[in-house]
Design a protein around this ligand. Structure first.
Ligand SMILES: Nc1ncnc2c1ncn2[C@@H]1O[C@H](COP(=O)(O)OP(=O)(O)OP(=O)(O)O)[C@@H](O)[C@H]1O
Length: 937
């Protein structure tokens, strides 16, 4: 029996799973857990009832007269209507253990039945009773809901297949795998119908507890009102709007609910739950009808008294710990003419502790009855049930096939899709359509005016190809967007798709690379084939350097066949376009210098669009775009200008991040809107890292940091070409222990003097330490690194050394051999040293002269921890040189006096200060962080 019950729970679990259309996995799990409890609880409640119920007359006369339904009073003798088996699971309507009269609501006709769809029937009273009995064994937690489900099933009907299965089982036919499948389908359909109707009409609504008479009255009134409303709604074909009203009233049926209603306090409220319960209850019922109703449990004593002693037993089949008793039907018919036992397929069963004990007991009984050995009851031993056998035979195979199917169907493309197990060779490109995902327009891409103009031509090609083709012009096949990270290459490609209104296929170069040879090329083929099917369209390959790296470069390290095959396929596909095919290939990269030449030649990626970090105006535009998206009361024009001048070198992505950071800081401070202070904090945080308030320096260290930073600040204040100083602080931030913030501006070219001042300023920290303390610290290592890099670049790249001359030596650490001779190497070293020493001397001269000022700034720093430009003016007087125009505009320098003579006099100019014709120095950082962490060696 326990096997049977386990199967029951399993069935319910499967039923729960079959409802997955509307159920979450969690709900299913929860249900199956609950129902496992349910089935065992049902078993527990069933057993005591076997011995407690008497054969009483039925509580009500059934409407359908089926065999074995009419009960005779207890104690009536042979021929008996029913052998005296004290079992609650009688299959007839209103059996001995029919629920007491209080649930009489079910005796009445079901309230307004719903029209049946094709292939559905209403449940008969007999079936309804069976269902009610089956569910009465479910614990109280469910019962309230079950009552409503039962009610609902009476009104909705059930699929015909379900009833056919029940009937089939009554005829004694064992259910096959196909039947189980049908059952699942029917359960699913039924629970879906009930759930749907419940959503629309609240057919399961109403009180949780059986309504009190008063409540019941209002419930019924409401019910009849609802019926009337629905009828009115059905009749009122022409009254369009009235219909809506009617429906609303009808849905308001719940307003008649008593104050304590199911939906008010149910933690699992919602359709998922309803569907799960419905599905589980129905599955339980069907299980009972099909698998359980064919048999009934009896005790050994009952078997002995009613059947064995009367010679009615024909055969016994031992199935594990259960023995199935097969009766001689004719003989049973004569003794119990009205019993269910005479039905074909019906059998009794009883549980045994062990086969030995059973055999012993049976032998004893037969001996007592003096049955000759030739007439003894045949006992056969069967394995597990046919269903279980089937399950064991085919289960693993089915499971495997199911898993394979699931794996192959996973993802949008099914088995052939890029996510399926057979989808290796399929492109992983994501398709965006302009109606849905691509909402980006050129207006959203701020700055980048030249790039936009270049790419605009692609848009007009996709929109009006005739304009070009008429004149015989060949349209560029593609464009490479090259530039530093976050500058808006992808955004621009998306905007191109958004403007042209064509499908956009976006894929990253790395997505072509797989460990299997040939997959990359196959994906490229698939991508271009898809694009051709969807032409006109745009393909965007981001990070194309992952596959488009120069083949010559690769050869040196042994090459990479897979990558080259992928690249070759791209080259072939791009050649394969005919000129009328409206497919544009855009590619983004940060490393245009390493791309294969073949990729870059005209006819493939004809256009090379450089996207650099935005200029001051570009940054201001980008700030304006993002400022619109947040709540701020600041004036946008001024704010965006000030922020743009605070963020030289920032890419679009950095700006977007800063604005977002500012909003987060404002939210953290519970501010009603984002203010300038929040933006400035955000910028500092983005550049300098997080403030480390927890890092506590000892007083000596703090003093060193203050003098170090004061040294930088004084240099920044008194050197003519130094970048304007904005702030100096000894609050540790990021990796540094203190910092001085300068505003370098967008420096595209730097003069020799600017470089010398910058180097001298960088050395200011260490020299201040030397002047004020008996010893120096490790804190200046990062400064030295910067100074050395600058001096080396001056000598080897920018031609600023007379000794070395106008030569360019690329500093490439990957190369073993230096690109210059030993002698040139020595000359470079000597020149670098000379330049650094010159900067050192320049700085030391200034700081020795301004020793007192350093002291003033350092002491103030120790007091306040942070000084801004106004503090510097207060302590030192105005800066003796004019600052840049944009700096004055946004940081209050307008009122400054005009330029005063340089106290140090003009710097010694270099012999021939040549401006470099090579690219300028690396983009200036917005903050010149000056003091390194303590542990720098
Ligand atoms: N010009 C711009 N205007 C507005 N927003 C921008 C701009 N440039 C960048 N952004 C913002 O930065 C984000 C990142 O930009 P995008 O992905 O286009 O950079 P990318 O150049 O493709 O970077 P990568 O080279 O790292 O792929 C964008 O989503 C956008 O929010």
């Amino acid at each position: 029996m326990s096997t049977v019950l386990r199967r029951s729970a399993g069935l319910v679990r499967i039923a729960g799973y079959s409802l997955s259309n509307s159920n979450t996995a969690r709900a299913t799990l929860r249900t199956s857990r609950l129902l496992r409890t349910t089935s065992s609880a049902a078993w527990v409640t069933q057993r005591p009832r076997c011995y407690s119920a008497d054969s009483k007359p039925p509580s009500r006369q059934p409407k359908n007269n089926n065999e074995g339904d009419k009960k005779k009073p207890a104690g009536s003798k042979t021929p008996q209507s029913e052998p005296q088996v004290k079992n609650s699971a009688s299959p007839g309507p209103a059996g001995d253990n029919a629920p007491p009269k209080e649930s009489n609501s079910n005796d009445s006709e079901p309230r307004d039945r719903f029209p049946l769809p094709d292939g559905w029937v209403y449940v008969s009273d007999e079936q309804y009773e069976a269902l009610r009995r089956a569910t009465s064994m479910i614990p109280a937690f469910f019962s309230v809901r079950d009552q409503k489900v039962l009610e609902a099933i009476r009104r909705t009907g059930v699929p015909k297949e379900m009833i056919e299965l029940v009937e089939k089982s009554k005829k004694g036919e064992a259910p096959g795998l196909g039947d189980v499948g049908k059952l699942m389908k029917s359960v699913n359909a039924l629970s879906k119908r009930i759930s749907d109707l419940d959503t629309k009409k609240d057919i399961m609504g109403g009180p949780q507890n059986p309504p009190s008479s008063k409540q019941s009255k209002s419930y019924q009134e409401a019910s009849s009102e609802q019926r009337q409303n629905e009828n009115r709604g059905q009749r009122g074909g022409q009254q369009g709007s009235k219909r809506g009203d009617t429906k609303f009233e009808s849905n308001n049926f719940n307003s008649n609910k008593p104050p304590f209603s199911y939906s008010d306090n149910n933690p699992f409220k919602g359709n998922d739950w309803i569907t799960t319960v419905i599905g589980s209850v129905i599955a339980y019922w069907i299980y009972n009808s099909i698998f359980e109703e064919g048999g009934r449990e009896i005790t050994w004593q009952e078997l002995r008294k009613n059947f064995l002693d009367r010679g009615l037993v024909e055969k016994m089949v031992v199935m594990g710990h259960m023995v199935r008793v097969e009766l001689n039907r004719e003989a049973t018919q004569s003794v119990y003419p009205d019993s269910a036992a005479v039905r074909p397929g019906f059998y009794y069963y009883f549980s045994i502790a062990s086969i030995d004990a059973f055999e012993r007991r049976l032998d004893e009984a037969q001996n007592e009855l003096q049955i000759p050995s030739s007439d003894r009851i045949p006992v056969s031993y069967a394995g597990d049930s046919s269903f279980k056998q089937l399950l064991f035979a085919f289960g693993p195979t089915l499971l495997l096939v199911g898993l394979l199917l699931y794996a192959s169907r996973r993802g949008p493309g099914g088995a052939g899709g890029s996510n399926g197990i057979f989808g290796f060779g399929k492109s992983k490109a994501k398709r965006f359509s302009h109606e849905t995902a691509i909402k980006v327009k050129f207006a959203d891409v701020a700055g980048l005016d030249e790039a936009k103009q270049e790419i605009m031509e692609f848009v007009s090609f996709l929109k009006k190809p005739d304009k070009f083709q008429r004149l015989g012009a060949k349209i560029p096949r593609g464009a490479i967007l090259a530039g530093p990270p976050g500058t808006g290459k992808t955004l621009l490609a998306k905007a191109t798709a958004g403007e042209s209104g064509v499908p956009f296929f976006s894929v990253s170069g790395s997505e072509f690379v797989e460990m299997f040879v040939g997959v990359g090329a196959s994906r490229v083929r698939d991508l271009f084939a898809t694009a051709r099917r969807n032409a006109p369209c745009i393909i965007f390959i981001d990070e194309i350097d992952a596959i488009g790296r120069s083949r010559a470069e690769g050869q040196r390290f042994g090459g990479n066949d897979e990558r080259e095959a992928t690249l070759n396929q791209i080259l072939t596909e791009m050649d394969g376009f005919n000129t009328s095919e409206q497919i544009v290939v855009l590619a983004g990269t940060n490393r245009v210098d390493i791309l294969d030449k073949a990729l870059m030649r005209p006819g493939r990626f004809d256009r090379h669009i450089n996207i650099d970090a935005p200029t001051m105006a570009g940054r201001q535009d980008i700030f304006k775009v993002y400022l619109k998206k947040i709540v701020t009361n600041e004036e946008h024009e001024y704010l965006s200008g000030r922020l743009a001048s605070l963020t030289p070198g920032f890419a679009g992505a950095d700006i977007a991040n800063c604005v977002n950071e500012a909003a987060l800081i404002a939210a953290r401070n519970n501010a009603p809107s984002v203010t300038l202070e929040h933006f400035e904090q955000a910028i500092e945080r983005v550049i300098g890292g997080l403030e480390r308030k927890s890092l506590v320096l000892n007083p000596e260290e703090k003093k060193t940091v203050a003098y170090h930073e004061a040294g930088h600040a004084i240099c920044g204040w008194y050197f003519r070409y130094a970048d304007p100083l904005l702030k100096v602080s000894i609050i540790p931030r990021g990796k540094g222990l203190g910092y001085a913030q300068y505003l370098p501006g967008d420096a595209y070219l730097m003069t020799y003097n600017q470089l010398m001042d910058r180097m001298a300023m960088t050395l200011g920290g260490r020299i201040s330490e030397e002047i004020h303390f008996p010893t120096v610290t490790t804190g200046a290592s990062d400064d030295f690194s910067k100074v050395t890099q600058m001096a080396t670049a001056m000598v080897t790249q920018w031609g600023m050394s007379d000794k070395v001359g106008p030569l360019y030596f690329q500093n490439d650490d990957t190369k073993i051999h230096k690109p210059f001779s030993e002698t040139t190497g020595q000359a470079i070293d000597a020149e670098v040293k000379r330049i650094v020493e010159q900067a050192y001397k320049q700085c030391k001269d200034l700081l020795v002269e301004k020793k007192k000022e350093i002291g003033i700034i350092a002491e103030e720093l120790l007091r306040k921890e942070m000084l801004v430009r106004d503090d510097m003016v207060r302590l030192l007087g105005p800066r003796p040189f004019n600052d840049r125009e944009d700096f004055n505009k946004y940081f209050g320098g307008e009122a400054r006096p005009g330029p005063t003579p340089d106290p140090k006099g003009p710097l010694t100019p270099p012999p021939t200060p040549e401006l470099p014709d090579t690219p300028g120095p690396p983009p200036s950082p917005a903050i010149f962080k000056e003091l390194d962490s303590k542990d720098t060696r």
